[in-house]
Design a protein around this ligand. Structure first.
Ligand code: NCD
Length: 308
């Protein structure tokens, strides 16, 4: 075992580039007629999901299968977790069954870090509370690089519920490590207290930053993580922070519109914008498979390099 992928905050530029370059090679497998490599034959990858997921879980499953690993999908619903079994006991049970890697999504920030101290296999953080979602940021950077040729020097604007977004956090760390300059735009109530210590610019005015953005990344308002009202009404939010057709028209010609999904069409993003040529939303999903293949390959010893 060569370690874990828990966050992008402690991911070096060198390791991040290694993942992106490896993902580029993996993308070629997806384009080949036989979309499978024998690299992880005999290895077992466990998807341990305590929170709902469409893209991330299936993406890790496809990635592991394309590398010929065996995959066990474990979701908390329908398991002994609903009988009160702890994360530690669940993890140890899975390990006893021979998991070489555990891909974990959990509602608690720090869950994957804890898990990594309990199991011998590699842990990949697939989202821990509001903390981090490193493979999402890696696939976002990969998408930018494929479309715009680089990440270094890009102006990236991240818009919406930054407070509750692990996607935003992982992107802030990774993109700044890779040389992009990041602006976060949100209502003041949806920015974390500590944002002033992040390596980003903060704006409350979407219209002012769009014409200077190479990439705009829209975030979903994460109601499931909210215990109070963070903005007056959905209409008000959408009017000030939604990417509608008129706003999108103020972006530079080459600019990309990104979204990690799931989208709420009509709220943070208009349908016409989500489906437009500058939108990379579907590409992001496809690229996610290549990036996760790269991560599993590097962590499980398929490559010579180590990730984090
Ligand atoms: C995000 C997540 O779960 O963190 N989705 C994803 O993984 N693509 C964002 C969200 O739920 O809004």
């Amino acid at each position: 075992m060569k370690g874990h992928l828990l966050s992008t905050e402690d991911l070096s530029r060198e390791d991040a580039l290694l993942v992106l370059d490896t993902a580029e090679r993996m993308a070629r497998v997806a384009e080949a007629s036989v979309r499978k490599l024998p690299t992880l034959r005999g290895r077992t990858v466990v998807n341990l999901f305590f929170e709902d997921s469409t893209r991330t879980r299936t993406s890790f499953e496809v990635a592991a299968k394309r590398l010929s690993a065996d995959v066990i999908n474990f979701s908390a619903r329908g398991s002994s977790v609903s009988k009160g079994e702890s994360l530690k006991d669940t993890a140890q049970t899975l390990e006893a069954m021979g998991a070489d890697a555990v891909v974990c999504r959990h509602g608690a920030s720090g869950a994957s870090h804890r898990l990594a101290t309990w199991v011998r296999g590699s842990v990949v953080n697939a989202g821990d509370g509001t903390h981090e979602h490193p493979t999402q940021a890696l696939l976002d950077a990969f998408t930018m690089r494929r479309r715009l040729g680089r990440v270094d020097g890009l102006s990236v604007t991240i818009v919406g519920d930054v407070l509750h977004s692990r996607v935003a956090r992982s992107n802030v760390w990774l993109l700044t490590t890779l040389g992009a300059s990041v602006t976060v735009v949100a209502p003041p109530t949806l920015l974390p207290l500590g944002v002033s210590s992040w390596p980003v610019q903060v704006s409350y005015d979407l219209d002012a930053v769009l014409p200077k953005s190479d990439v705009v990344m829209m975030l979903r308002v994460q109601r499931e993580r909210m215990s109070a009202a963070f903005f007056p009404t959905e209409r008000e939010y959408s009017r000030r922070y939604g990417l509608d057709v008129d706003r999108a028209a103020t972006l530079p010609e080459h600019a990309l519109v990104m979204h990690p999904g799931p989208m709420v069409r009509g709220m943070e993003i208009a349908s016409q914008v989500a489906d437009s040529a500058r939108s990379t939303i579907v590409e992001q999903v496809a690229n996610g498979v290549s990036v996760r293949m790269a991560v599993l390959y590097l962590l499980l010893g398929g490559g010579s390099g180590e990730v984090a």
